[in-house]
Design a protein around this ligand. Structure first.
Ligand code: COA
Length: 153
């Protein structure tokens, strides 16, 4: 159980890291209700520089009540002013340790990584994650599609 102030801090850190605007508490409550209602669980480890916040780093694992063997590593964010001090690495380790007690049935942890996220790649490699599957996202300009479709013949 994470208190409301911590949840709000975690949410602010996550949204600002991805350039989005933080949502209000009603929306956060709705996210939590949806999580519970769809049979999902979340384990969060967070770091505060002193008692009472603010949260400067967090990491999350998710899993389904109906599929305990697989846990999914979601966001890990460290506030820009606190990066490169091993916080990212150690909160992930702490969360994985905690997972052993919270979901002892877990056998696999899945994490996603883009090639250009050097920090996340370094941490995942150091923890022993191995490549399992790869995929490419493709993008095309709509104008190029229109030009292709307008070709004669
Ligand atoms: C990725 C992120 C969580 C790393 O947090 P961090 O606390 O700075 O990472 P650590 O200090 O634990 O770094 C551990 C190792 O990873 C590597 N590393 C981390 N950030 C790096 C970077 N920007 N460039 C190169 N190597 C990096 C280093 O090897 C580092 O060890 P070292 O400092 O002893 O050389 C942080 O940069 C972040 O919040 N980024 C934005 C959000 C994001 O991309 N999150 C990940 C996906 S959800």
């Amino acid at each position: 159980m994470v208190d409301v102030a911590v949840q709000r801090d975690v949410h602010t850190l996550r949204t600002t890291a991805s350039g989005r605007v933080p949502a209000g508490e009603a929306v956060l409550q709705h996210h939590d209700d949806t999580l519970k209602g769809t049979g999902r669980r979340r384990l969060t480890t967070f770091a505060e520089p002193g008692l009472g916040g603010p949260v400067v780093a967090f990491t999350e694992l998710f899993w389904l009540n109906g599929q305990l063997k697989i846990m999914v590593q979601h966001g890990t964010v460290v506030h820009p002013e606190h990066r490169r001090q091993a916080l990212g690495r150690w909160i992930k380790v702490a969360n994985l340790y905690a997972a052993r007690w919270v979901n002892p049935a877990a056998r696999w942890v899945r994490a996603g990584n883009t090639d250009d996220n050097i920090g996340r790649l370094a941490i995942n490699r150091a923890l022993g994650f191995l490549p399992y599957d790869t995929h490419s996202d493709w993008e095309i300009d709509v104008q190029a599609v229109r030009a292709y479709l307008a070709r004669p013949g």
